[in-house]
Design a protein around this ligand. Sequence first.
Ligand code: IPM
Ligand code: MG
Length: 366
Amino acid sequence: MAARKLFLLSGDGIGPEAMAEVKKIIAAMNKTGAGFETEEGLVGGCAYDAHGKAISETDMEKALAADAVLFGAVGGPKWDSVPYEVRPEAGLLRLRKDLALFANLRPAICYPALADSSSLKKDIIEGLDILIVRELTGGVYFGEPKEIIDLGNGQKRGIDTQVYDTFEIERISGVAFELARTRKNHVTSMEKRNVMKSGVLWNEVVTQTHKAKYSDVKLDHMLADAGGMQLVRWPKQFDVIVTDNLFGDMLSDVAAMLTGSLGMLPSASLGAPDAKTGKRKALYEPVHGSAPDIAGQGIANPIAMIASFAMCLRYSFGMVAEADSLEAAIAAVLDDGLRTRDIMSAGMQEVGTTAMGDAILAKFLA
Ligand code: IPM
Ligand code: MG
């Protein structure tokens, strides 16, 4: 069997602490022949400190050559004043763009044990299982022009460009429809066709793609603002939500909080399958950020990072049984009452990052 090549980019803040727990799982799996080969690189503020860039060319090459990239988190106040082009987030955006990771899958699952930690009432989120499919390489994140120009009259103008081509909308909605078929067969597309031309096109292309290839899937359209409202009003009406880069960024943070904590949400960013090998480029990252306020204290929640690795097993290596059992291990540890501080509630046992990681690993191996 060919080695399974993983490139680890832990990044800044709590990234390395969370990644350390995944490394333990990888090491344990290797003992029973999983054959993971890992290499590590720098991204974000730590890469800027080392090379003056948010990611070096060498590390970009390694990311391109890997079967999958595991990504921690980037950024922190230390780098607040570095030039825009080399800010920590630029490393992540470059990886997404250069690896052509257009499909970002962000599942929001409410673990039964955490139904009480959400800011919403229990009956609203209990059993929640939705998937946000966010377009990740287009839209206002990458559209040109993107600049601040001096108008010469004491005024400046900040410009970002929201732009989508037909093929981009087609391929991301295709991913959403395909995934819906493996779930509850329902897609809700969100845009702002009432004010944005890109929203009008988005709506048209999703509708056409549906008609041409996926008419067995139930399709709804919703304006993105109303979608945000519906997400907190009655999230269980959704199965798969497909939306653009910026709306997906915001809506996935909302969805994350439904599940109790931002510390719980994994994500997968996937490219198109290679024409010859069928393999997709892929990057797996927790939705939470670098949380500089709690970094280095050993209290960060490693679950989103571990669950991101479970997605990696599932989507990059087809190790479905292992992914299922890692996800079950997370649920079991929560059932046992173990909690990191962000999800702590009365009567539960508060543990740190390492103890949480160890407990999940023990269940996983049991
Ligand atoms: C995310 C993050 C990123 C984004 C930042 C870190 C650039 O918020 O992955 O959701 O805006 O996409
Ligand atoms: Mg975000």
